[in-house]
Ligand binder design. Structure first.
Ligand code: SF4
Length: 240
């Protein structure tokens, strides 16, 4: 695929959260921090530094299902190596990004003996929908193309609850992920930012002051828009 048509993996999660948020970030180039994005950035500090390490701790198969495989292999002196901030790409699907962590099992000769296992770190707690799973699936798709391994399992680690949850990279999840990738590419190539749909998610959105979802929603009248938009606009101006 033409590299100018590549989309960042992060756009998938933005789009799943809100198509307008995705467009504001990836078409209009807007970004703003709030409490939630800042907390996420802080929590990601230790996985955003590229590098790798061997895991020296004893494996814990109860809290970490992926360690089961390690224990089985450990009689053979296999070791788990964790890579952080690993660059990812899929030329087939036209996506690129970075994996927080990728765990790889090596045998005593240093050969990879099992599929790489991406682990995505999240600030909050497990979600009811598949917003986080589709991002993980996109990472798995990239790793499959990069390594030749078929990946069927990956993990989400939630810092608020300290839970590590195994996600099956199955066919339905792959179909949803690929459909989202196509929809995002179409939106970006059409250069169209969708209108806002005001809802509970807007309260946690870091772009709500750029988006003005209450004022720019078509269902609202122009007077209401002006009374809300003008003070925000003036407060962002530097009159010095
Ligand atoms: S404020 Fe609401 S509508 Fe606007 S980008 Fe954020 S989530 Fe989407």
């Amino acid at each position: 695929m033409d590299e100018t048509r590549f989309i960042p993996i992060s756009a998938i999660q933005h789009f799943r959260y809100c198509a307008r948020q995705c467009a504001l970030i990836h078409i209009d180039g807007l970004w703003a921090e709030n409490q939630y994005t800042a907390e996420g950035t802080l929590l990601h500090r230790h996985v955003d530094t590229p590098g790798s390490r061997f895991n020296p701790r004893p494996m814990d198969t109860e809290s970490n299902p992926s360690d089961v495989e390690f224990v089985m292999q450990s009689q053979d002196k296999a070791r788990k190596r964790t890579f952080h901030a690993m660059p990812l790409v899929s030329y087939q699907y036209g996506i690129t990004g970075k994996a927080d962590s990728v765990e790889i099992i090596l045998n005593k000769h240093g050969k990879i003996t099992a599929p790489p296992r991406p682990v995505e770190h999240k600030r909050g707690k497990p979600k009811r929908d598949n917003t986080d799973a589709v991002q993980l699936c996109a990472q798995a798709i990239c790793l499959e193309e990069m390594t030749g391994w078929k990946i069927t399992q990956a993990d989400l680690f939630y810092h608020s609850t300290r839970q590590r949850i195994a996600i099956e990279i199955d066919q339905p999840l792959r179909i949803i992920t690929c459909r989202l990738i196509d929809e995002i590419r179409e939106m970006i190539e059409l250069n169209q930012t969708p209108r806002p749909i005001y809802g509970p998610k807007c309260r946690q959105c870091s772009l709500r002051f750029q988006c003005l979802p209450k004022g720019t929603d078509r269902s609202k009248n122009p007077h209401l828009y002006l009374t809300r938009a003008v003070p925000v606009s003036l407060s962002n101006r530097d009159f010095s």
